[in-house]
Design a protein around this ligand. Structure first.
Ligand code: BTN
Length: 264
């Protein structure tokens, strides 16, 4: 079920002009986010991309791990150096999730759903996740690492028991395998297309598109924090990417990056 290593074809296929340059393709790695952060600390330029065939300590949000078996997924991290207010970094993973969903749709013609803040679903199963990590110096963003994990050709049998009820893959959702290079190239091109507008205008530049790709508006949700939760009906997304909920006592806005969401 595994295809040719990404490194063999990626350079020739990439349509993006800035993202993916330079390119660091690894076989087995701890975490592409960690490797990208190390490169960024050593002054690697914006657009540097790190990919791995397999991650042995792939990282997810909120301290979780990310299952990253060899040859069947896209495990990649992009270095960004946006000139933005550090507060706006919270929207970068949302930008990533939008580009991932749109790249998947372009290649497979199936339309994924976004689940705020940055999960990508197909057929009710999570097929991709995004992990944004940034380093801020004073009022300046030194760099951000945008990590994206896409389960492309994982068969259901490759999912560990703890993920078997909730995780999916493009192959599981569509009944066939896909060329990882084509999916990766479409995601990077989509990121590049939206990135300048994001840097100039923040989340409001992608808000309408994000809203049209999410099924949450009008739905009752529970947003879980590490130390509590809030329940309500999703009304909207604010211009800064926060989720706006109608709660018993009025409305409340939930900050990006702090919560995971459970649709009831
Ligand atoms: C999530 O919890 O949904 C985020 C998962 C992000 C996984 C990707 S895989 C490539 C990059 N490197 C990592 O260690 N994590 C991200």
């Amino acid at each position: 079920m595994t295809d040719a290593p990404l490194a063999d074809q990626l350079e020739a296929v990439l349509r993006s002009r800035r993202f993916g340059l330079p390119l660091h393709c690894y076989g087995r790695l701890g975490s592409t986010n960690e490797a990208a952060a190390r490169l960024a600390q050593a002054d690697a330029p914006e657009g540097t991309l790190v990919t791995a065939e397999e991650q042995v300590s792939g990282r997810g949000r909120q301290g979780r791990s990310w299952h990253s078996p060899p040859g069947v997924g896209i495990w990649m991290s992009l270095i960004l150096r946006p000139s933005i207010d550090p507060e706006k970094c919270t929207g970068i993973p949302l930008l990533g999730a939008l580009a991932v969903a749109s790249g998947i749709e372009q290649v497979t013609r199936a339309r994924p759903q976004l689940k705020w803040p940055n999960d990508v679903y197909m057929d009710g199963r999570k097929v991709a996740g995004v992990l944004g990590e940034s380093v801020v110096e004073g009022t300046r963003v030194k760099f951000a690492v945008l990590g994206m994990g896409i389960n492309v050709n994982l068969p259901a049998s490759a999912l560990p028991p703890e993920l078997s009820a909730t995780a999916g893959s493009l192959a599981m959702a569509t009944g066939r395998t896909w060329d990882r290079v084509a999916v990766l190239a479409a995601i990077l091109a989509g990121l590049e297309e939206r990135y300048d507008a994001y840097v100039a205008r923040g989340f409001s530049a992608i808000r309408t598109e994000f809203l049209s790709s999410t099924h949450l508006v009008g739905r009752p949700v529970e947003v879980i924090y590490p130390h509590g939760s809030v329940s309500g009906t999703v009304l909207d997304m604010a211009a800064n990417g926060e989720l706006v909920l109608a709660t018993g006592g009025g409305t409340s806005q939930v900050r990006v990056g702090e919560a995971s969401l459970k649709v009831k």
